[in-house]
Write a protein that binds this ligand. Structure first.
Ligand code: NAD
Length: 336
C-alpha cells in the first residue's frame, strides 16, 4: 500500500512510521510538507492513497486530479471532514475514511486550559513577571465555581469538558439536538441554544461544522449572549463569524474569547510565519485584544492522541489494501 502523506510534520512522520511498523500489512509512506490542493495533487502519482489533514483541500477538483492518478482512497488523519467533498468521492468511487475518535481528553483538557489561562490572564501575567513587573492590575479573574457554563455539543469532547467542569463546581447547561442521558447524569441541564447563550457566563463550542452550524455564533447570537461572557471555541473556526466577534469584543458585549480554531486558519496555522507579514486583517485585529487568547489548532496535540490517530489511520489504509471496511468510512449525507 503506497500512501502519500500531505501537510506532514516531524510528529506525523514519527507516529505514522511507528504505526506502520506495527502493522502486519506492508505500508510505504511518502511524506510531503505542503498542503494538498490542485497544485500539489500531481505528487500523488504512483500512490494508492493520500493521507490528509484538517486544512488540506479535498474538494471535488482535487479528488478528480487524484483519481486521474490512480488514487483510490483518502485517509483523513482527523475527526472533522468539512473540507472533504464526499459526493465527489462517492462519484469517483474513492474510499474516504477518518479517525472518528482519539483521545477526546486531549481536546477537552486544552479547552479547560484555555478557559483557565484566559480567565486568570496567565500569558499576560507570565510575560509581566519575566519583565520584572509584579503588578496585578489588569489580571483580575473570577471563580469558576458556581459560574454557569454552557456546552454546545455534548458528544465525546463536550461530555468530557462537562465532566471536568463539574469537578470545578460549575453550574452546567448544554445544547445538543441529540441530548445524552449520560450527560444529564453529570447534573447538566439541557436547554435551547438561546437560553444557553442568554444565561451562561462561559460558552464552549463542541459541535461539528456543518452547513447548519456555519456561523452558529454571528452578530445576532452575540447580542443574545450574557453581557461580559467568555467564549471558547476549540471545535471549528467556521462556527464563529470572526468579523462579528470583533464587533462584540469592541462593544464589550463579549468579555473574553479563547480560540484554538479560526475560519481562515488554512493560510496560517501549522506554519512558522514569524518572519512574514500576516495579511489577514481580521486575524491580526483579534490578536490585538488583551482579552483574546489564541492557540493554533493544538488542542489535539498530545502523544496519546497522535498515537491513536496514527494507529487508526494505518488501520484504515490496511482495510483499503485488503478490500475490507474499517468502519470509519464516510458516505455523503442522505440527500446530499
Ligand atoms: P462528536 O460527534 O462526538 O460530538 C458532536 C456533538 O455535537 C454530537 O453530540 C452532536 O449531536 C452535536 N451537534 C450536532 N449538531 C449540533 C448543533 N447544531 N448544535 C449543538 N450540538 C450539535 O464529536 P467530538 O469528537 O466531540 O468533536 C467535536 C468537534 O471538535 C469536532 O466536530 C471537531 O470539529 C472538533 N475537534 C477539534 C480538535 C482540535 O484540535 N481543535 C480536535 C478534534 C475535534
Amino acid at each position: 500500500m503506497r500512501t502519500i502523506v500531505y501537510s506532514a510534520r516531524s510528529y506525523d512522520r514519527r507516529f505514522l512510521e511507528e504505526a506502520a511498523a506495527a502493522s502486519d500489512e506492508p505500508h510505504e509512506l511518502t511524506f510531503v510538507d505542503h498542503n494538498l490542493d490542485v497544485h500539489s495533487a500531481p505528487a500523488a502519482d504512483e500512490h494508492d492513497a493520500v493521507c490528509a489533514f484538517v486544512n488540506d483541500d479535498v474538494s471535488a477538483a482535487v479528488l478528480e486530479a487524484l483519481a486521474d492518478r490512480g488514487v483510490r482512497a483518502v485517509a483523513m488523519r482527523c475527526a472533522g471532514f468539512n473540507n472533504v467533498d464526499l459526493d465527489a468521492a462517492a462519484r469517483l468511487g474513492m474510499t474516504v475514511a477518518r479517525v472518528p475518535a482519539y483521545s477526546p481528553y486531549a481536546v477537552a483538557e486544552h479547552t479547560v486550559a484555555l478557559m483557565l489561562a484566559l480567565n486568570r490572564r496567565i500569558p499576560r501575567a507570565a510575560a509581566r513577571v519575566r519583565e520584572g513587573n509584579f503588578s496585578l492590575d489588569g489580571l483580575l479573574g473570577f471563580d469558576l465555581r458556581s459560574r454557569r457554563v454552557g456546552v454546545v455539543g455534548t458528544g465525546r469532547i463536550g461530555m468530557i469538558v462537562a465532566r471536568i467542569l463539574r469537578g470545578f463546581g460549575c453550574s452546567l447547561r448544554a445544547y445538543d439536538p441529540y441530548p445524552s442521558d449520560d450527560v444529564r447524569d453529570l447534573g447538566v441541564r439541557y436547554v435551547d441554544l438561546d437560553t444557553l447563550l442568554g444565561e451562561c457566563d462561559v460558552v464552549t463550542l463542541h459541535c461539528p461544522l456543518t452547513p447548519d452550524t456555519h456561523h452558529l455564533l454571528d452578530a445576532d447570537a452575540f447580542e443574545r449572549m450574557k453581557p461580559g461572557a467568555m467564549l471558547v471555541n476549540t471545535s471549528r473556526g467556521g462556527l464563529v463569524d470572526a468579523p462579528a466577534l470583533i464587533g462584540a469584543l469592541k462593544s464589550g458585549q463579549l468579555g473574553s474569547v479563547a480560540l484554538d480554531v479560526y475560519e481562515e486558519e488554512g493560510d496560517l496555522f501549522f506554519e512558522d510565519l514569524s518572519d512574514t507579514i500576516i495579511d489577514d486583517d481580521v486575524f491580526a485585529r483579534l490578536l490585538t485584544f488583551p482579552n483574546v487568547l489564541i492557540t493554533a489548532h493544538q488542542a489535539f496535540f498530545t502523544a496519546e492522541a497522535l498515537r491513536a490517530i496514527a494507529s487508526t489511520t494505518i488501520g484504515n489504509l490496511t482495510a483499503v489494501a485488503r478490500g475490507e471496511r474499517s468502519g470509519t468510512e464516510l458516505t455523503p449525507p442522505a440527500g446530499g
